[in-house]
Ligand binder design. Structure first.
Ligand SMILES: [Zn+2]
Length: 97
């Protein structure tokens, strides 16, 4: 499909793809510590980290997504105030993943 990429490069990409095990969003653990950003992966500077005591540190790129996580997972309601903090993050996934 990507005719602009030389066939040798496409074949190398296909071979690499077959050589790795790719996990889905639900199988990827949230990091427990902050690490240096990975090269060539966009940094979302306006993300959030859940700081609820019973949470594994859920990360999210949008406020709406974090509110939904806290509501669904921790029974959060707006009058509770925030149970998250700002956090720059990176993700391989799009949307709410
Ligand atoms: Zn949480």
């Amino acid at each position: 499909m990507h005719k602009g990429i030389p066939s040798e490069a496409r074949e190398a990409i296909k071979a690499f793809g077959k050589s790795v095990v790719v996990k889905g969003p639900k199988d990827v653990l949230m990091p427990s510590t902050e690490i240096s950003p990975l090269n060539d992966l966009e940094v979302l500077k306006d993300g959030f980290r859940c700081i609820h005591s019973n949470c594994n540190g859920y990360l999210c790129g949008t406020l709406k997504g974090m509110q939904q996580h806290c509501q669904k997972t921790h029974g959060w309601v707006k009058k509770d105030g925030t149970m998250w903090r700002p956090q720059a993050l990176q993700t391989f996934f799009k949307g709410n993943k």
